[in-house]
Design a protein around this ligand. Structure first.
Ligand code: GLC
Length: 827
């Protein structure tokens, strides 16, 4: 009988159990005499690459092996090199949601070998593989090392799930700084931080809380004035340590998947960000209205409330383009349904709102209520579109609608189905969709359990692999569905969760923040960080989602929001009314003044958006991006430029009547007083509530639209050009197109370039244009600011301009054709 058989060696048996239970290594010696098939089998704990003994080339890929493990080095572009590690030389299938395809442009490269190393080089970057220990490092064309392993790449077996934990450790120099990683609520410079990527519903998050809603495993390092980037394309829970545990080491690692990263060369932060966009894409051009002001609340209902709010904007003459319906528009929170009691005739309401200049945006969450009388659930169930657990049970969890199942958005068939579900909403006139709770969030447990299975576009995986991309694939399905149904019109989408590359499908907001001054600061940092992490089209819940702002905080937030690429006020349902007029005077007038400024600057923002979309520039640019060579700038996080011509510094403290603002080198104009200020220093700026520090770079041409109550209220009859004198040459850009179609993909747009240059006695403005679009307006209203002399003559394309208004602040205004080539202003 089994229980009577004496255990041959109880001690060893206990040791074996320990091995099984804790995946620990037990010394070989303890097993060697035991006739047991488990003898010698043990999990791999922290195995490091050995000595590379072989190199092989296949096209633009190089393979190095230590006899067991292999490393693949791929030349992606002249500035981008990808590294992959295969512990037993079997690489995982090549598939990435972040990088849909690698750039295909031919690049010149070569492999060389010395006694010490193998070296793979392009014109811009060298990748060194050290023979002694498999350390991988990168250097630039001058031989300066920009990134270097501090340990060989290593891995550890995951007995429970299979696969490996994968690790990469690099050196961290004494003055090295780190930027990026998406929405982290901590100092802008990540030096000294240890952070995690695991999309999390983080209601009312606090300073230093981590992780939050998004996972963007991309960071930029700046050391000795040189920038480079690492994009760790791994969707599993990932970790980053920027000199936190050991100030001499930077590490990144993940709980599964492949150790795969892209080294992205600089030398400027801007180059790194642009190259990151080459891999992961940029935001498509938004419809112009999406750049206007948006009003949201959880929730505006019933229908009459929505109408009252919309009318409130028009009565108060505060511009607004978008109004949002949060979950209460639905029937029992069932997505794609309407609560007919609150919204008896949604088509009529949306039509009336549209006639009043409002686009309607509706929320759609991933949780689908388990209800056999609900068509979306029935269809999903019949077609097996919902996620399932490892034992084939459906993944069920509670969210707003109660018990829910969740579509597997990593399945392309599910995405197509989901995209099609928007047909009714689009037919009703809905113009934009807001995807929320897609971390995915589940009440109680937080998110899905690890064993949930995902189709993962045919590359199957558990939730460990799919968690961080779930939200991105949801909003992708939404965007692609809307794009089909809106025909040639640009969809507008906003998502809470995302992974690297989510920018190809959506804008984002920073989730459930709080009405506090601290959160205003957090938001300011988060938006700059998102912007350098690929997600330029971002905003915060203006005013703070939970809690109550006072009038001053709300107004300061509106001011910052005026310069957020996405501008939306939003608040939780248990808070007081929160519209721009809710706080009375003087707040209403100041809020109006800033929202009007947003509308005036729309052509400038739209042009910055084009520069993002087409050329990969971020819209918000932190100071360090302008002057990375100065270490002090690595720690500046309040001021940033909006596009490249306007510097903003939000007021982030209550009762603040003045503050210090750093201006990068060059000359700047104080936006309100037109005083010229020399940059390269901190300046003291008065900050009464009705202004905020805004500076315009000398030599800029800032285009301006007339104030309208919504973007398409009237045809633009004239564009104002605010031109700022400079004694050195400065280029500015203006992008124009239809504002709502995809004609720009067929090259139907106009790119205008202005060159401004002045001397002590002259100023000239040259204009050139390229493109196939013809704007409908005929003329410019030109305003010259900061001219250091009194002009005797203004000549435009050879003709003297006689009608010039001279203002008391020594600015000059006149009108001329939009097609001018050159304007000369003479003393
Ligand atoms: C989540 C969202 C918030 C929304 C609420 C109700 O908390 O982050 O913006 O208002 O859900 O849908």
């Amino acid at each position: 009988m089994k229980e009577n058989v004496p255990d041959p060696n109880p001690e060893l048996l206990t040791a074996r159990l320990l091995v099984a239970e804790e995946n620990m290594i037990v010394d070989d010696e303890e097993f060697h005499h035991l006739n047991n098939p488990a003898d010698g089998i043990k999990p791999i704990v922290k195995k490091y690459l050995g000595v590379p003994n072989h190199a092989e080339q296949k096209g633009n890929k190089f393979f190095f092996t230590d006899g067991d493990a292999s490393v693949e080095v791929t030349i992606v572009t002249k500035e981008i090199i990808r590294i992959r590690l295969a512990p037993h030389s079997v690489f995982l299938d090549e598939f990435s949601y972040a990088v849909p395809e690698l750039p295909t442009k031919a690049v010149a490269f070569n492999l060389s070998e010395t006694d010490l190393e193998f070296k793979v080089s392009t014109e811009a970057v060298n990748c060194h593989i050290r023979k002694q220990d498999f350390f991988i490092s990168f250097s630039d064309s001058k031989g300066i090392t920009t990134s270097s392993d501090a340990a060989p790449m290593h891995w550890e077996e995951n007995v429970k799930f299979g696969g490996y934990y994968v690790f990469c450790t690099k050196t961290c120099a004494p003055e090295e700084s780190f930027f990026g990683l998406g929405d982290k609520a901590t100092e802008f410079n990540l030096r000294g931080k240890r952070l995690k990527n695991w999309n999390t519903d983080a209601y009312s998050y606090g300073w230093n809380q981590d992780p939050l809603y998004r996972s963007i495993p991309f960071y930029i390092s700046v050391n000795d004035g040189i920038a480079s980037g690492i994009f760790f394309d791994n969707t599993f829970k990932a970790h980053f340590d920027f000199g936190g545990e050991d100030p001499t080491k930077t590490s990144f690692w993940a709980d599964g998947g492949e150790l795969q990263y892209y080294y992205i060369h600089g030398p400027h932060m801007m180059d790194v960000v642009k190259n990151y966009h080459i891999l992961t894409g940029t935001h498509p051009m938004p419809p112009l209205w999406a750049l206007g002001y948006h009003q949201c609340r959880w929730s505006y209902y019933p229908e009459n409330k929505v109408r009252v709010i919309a009318n409130g904007f028009r009565q108060n003459k505060i511009p607004c383009d978008g109004i949002y319906l949060d979950i209460d528009y639905m029937d029992g929170y069932r997505c794609f349904t309407w609560n007919k009691k609150y919204f008896p005739d949604p088509r009529k309401m949306i039509e009336d709102l549209a006639a009043n200049g409002f686009k309607t945006v509706v929320i759609i969450d991933p949780g689908i209520r388990v209800d056999d009388n609900y068509s979306v659930f029935k269809e999903g169930k019949e077609n097996r579109y919902f996620c399932r657990r490892s034992d084939d049970y459906f993944m069920e969890g509670h969210v707003w609608p109660g018990r829910c199942q969740f579509p597997d958005f990593t399945n392309p068939e599910v995405r197509t189905w989901w995209g099609g579900l928007f047909d009714e909403l689009v037919d009703l006139g809905v113009a934009g969709v807001w995807n929320d709770m897609n971390e995915p969030a589940v009440f109680g447990s937080g998110t899905f359990p690890d064993d949930v299975r995902h189709q993962y576009d045919g590359f199957r995986g558990s939730h460990r692999k799919a968690h961080n991309v779930y939200g991105m694939q949801m909003v992708r399905a939404t965007y692609e569905g809307l794009r089909k149904q809106l025909k040639n019109k640009r969809p507008f989408t906003i998502t809470r969760a995302g992974y690297a590359g989510v920018q190809r499908y959506s804008s984002v907001w920073t989730g459930d923040n709080v009405a506090s001054w601290e959160h205003l600061k957090i938001g300011n940092v988060q938006l700059q960080r998102l912007s350098v992490s690929g997600i330029s089209f971002c905003g915060t819940d203006i005013g703070g989602f939970s809690g109550e702002p006072d009038g001053e905080l709300f107004t300061r937030w509106i001011q910052m929001g005026t310069f957020s690429p996405f501008m939306r006020a939003h608040s939780a349902g248990d808070t007081k009314e929160r519209e721009p007029w809710s706080f009375g005077e003087p707040f209403t007038s100041i809020n109006r003044k800033f929202i009007e400024l947003r509308y005036k600057l729309l052509p400038y923002l739209y042009s910055a958006f084009w520069e993002h979309h087409r050329y990969g520039f971020p819209i918000l640019r932190p100071v360090v991006m302008h002057e990375q060579e100065t270490v002090a700038n690595h720690f500046r996080q309040d001021e940033f430029t909006y596009g490249d011509k306007i510097l903003i510094c939000p007021v982030l403290e209550p009762g603040q009547t003045s503050r210090m603002v750093y201006l990068p080198k060059g000359k700047w104009y104080h936006f309100w007083s037109l005083e010229m200020v020399e940059g390269g220093q901190e300046v003291h700026v008065a900050t009464p509530l009705d202004t905020m520090p805004i500076f315009v770079k000398a030599g800029s041409v800032i285009p301006e639209y007339p104030v309208m109550q919504y973007t398409s209220e009237k045809p633009i009859e004239e564009v104002k050009l605010n031109i700022y004198y400079s004694d050195y040459e400065v280029n500015s850009f203006l992008f124009e197109d239809y504002g709502e179609t995809f004609a720009y993909e067929q090259d139907i747009y106009l790119e205008k370039k202005f060159i401004v240059k002045g001397t002590a006695k002259t100023m000239s403005i040259k204009q050139s244009m390229e493109g196939l679009y013809t704007p409908r307006y005929e003329g410019y209203h030109i305003k010259i600011n900061g001219l250091p002399f009194k002009p005797s003559k203004i000549i435009a394309d050879g003709k003297e301009i006689k009608e010039v208004s001279v203002n008391p602040d020594k600015t000059y205004e006149f009108k001329f054709s939009k097609n001018f080539k050159q304007i000369e202003i003479l003393k």
